[in-house]
Design a protein around this ligand. Structure first.
Ligand code: HEC
Length: 268
């Protein structure tokens, strides 16, 4: 019995050791970035969200879906109804069948219709299999990515900025580290090797509001946009929180005054 137990523990430990190859034991602190939406009084910066949306739509949308966001949600970024209609209409939604019930039209293509503001963002691939086939791994849906990863926006920012051409010494000499020439090294990604090519570079999209077009700024802006996608109600929630606090403060003051009044004539 004892032998069996030792064997089980040994097998477990060995297994753990195997799983630790490239499990990212050395991970530096997240890169420093701060956003307007942090803290109790923090709010989104609408201009920043618009810049982030531009990056998403011109770069990330080629591989990543944003399934939980609808075109009409873009009104929160200051887009007008007409602008939103136009943005949506540029995308085609695939229909399961045409009017006559046929799967394909006369040209052998799927039936489609232009998207409308009520539609969710149209994904770049028909399904996960197609996305994996093209990219070598599944580009995750980005709707909740800032909530899905430990470190939230700080992780996503560091991940975007964490691609490296050279493997740093600390990692190279780490036990169990295996070089992989086919994938991209990212110091913040668990296991280090990643199927996404580095995306962030200076002037990757053009800004019209005069904001500097540096890689860091682009990364900050796209992460702010993704945080909004995951938590669009943040501004409202914080405003409400503030109002509730004020209300409680006033109520407490009033109750205290009332208590003093009621007890004023009671002799001690
Ligand atoms: C050419 C396709 C492509 C483009 C463009 C692209 N990605 Fe990716 N991305 C991927 C793939 C593939 C993965 C999955 C990588 C893996 O699991 O190895 C990924 C993974 C991610 C992850 C998840 C990392 C994790 O912790 O799992 C984030 C966040 C991300 N991408 C953000 C972005 C952002 C933001 C942009 C736009 C600036 C972008 N990506 C552009 C292909 C792409």
């Amino acid at each position: 019995m004892r032998k069996l137990l030792i064997a089980a523990v040994a097998a477990f430990t060995l297994n753990l050791g195997a799983a630790q190859a490239n499990s990212g034991t050395y991970v530096p602190e997240f890169k420093d970035a701060s956003w307007s939406f942090e803290g109790f009084f923090g709010r989104y910066d609408q201009k920043q969200l618009r810049r982030g949306y531009k990056i998403y739509s011109q770069v990330c949308a080629a591989c990543h879906s944003l399934n939980r966001v609808a075109y009409r949600n873009l009104s929160a970024l200051g887009f007008t109804e007409d602008e939103i209609k136009e943005i949506a209409a540029e995308k085609e939604i695939r229909l399961p069948y045409g009017d006559a019930g046929a799967l394909l039209n006369d040209d052998g293509e799927f039936f489609t219709r232009p998207a409308i503001p009520a539609d969710k963002f149209v994904p770049p691939f028909a399904n996960d299999a197609a996305a994996i086939d093209v990219n070598g791994a599944l580009p995750p849906d980005l709707s909740l990515i800032t909530k899905a990863r430990k470190g939230g926006p700080h992780y996503v920012y560091s991940f975007l900025m964490g691609f490296m051409d050279e493997v740093p010494e600390e990692v190279m000499h780490q036990k169990g580290f295996v070089l992989n020439e086919d994938k991209n090294f990212n110091i913040y990604f668990p296991g280090y090797y990643n199927s996404m090519p580095p995306q962030i570079m200076d002037e990757m999209v053009e800004y019209e509001d005069g904001t500097p077009m540096t890689g860091e700024q682009h990364a900050k802006d796209i992460v702010a946009f993704l945080n909004w996608a995951a938590e669009p109600e943040l501004d409202h929630r914080k405003s409400l929180g503030l109002k509730v606090m004020l209300f409680l403060l006033v109520l407490t003051a009033m109750l205290y005054a009332l208590k003093r009044k009621i007890w004023a004539n009671v002799k001690h």
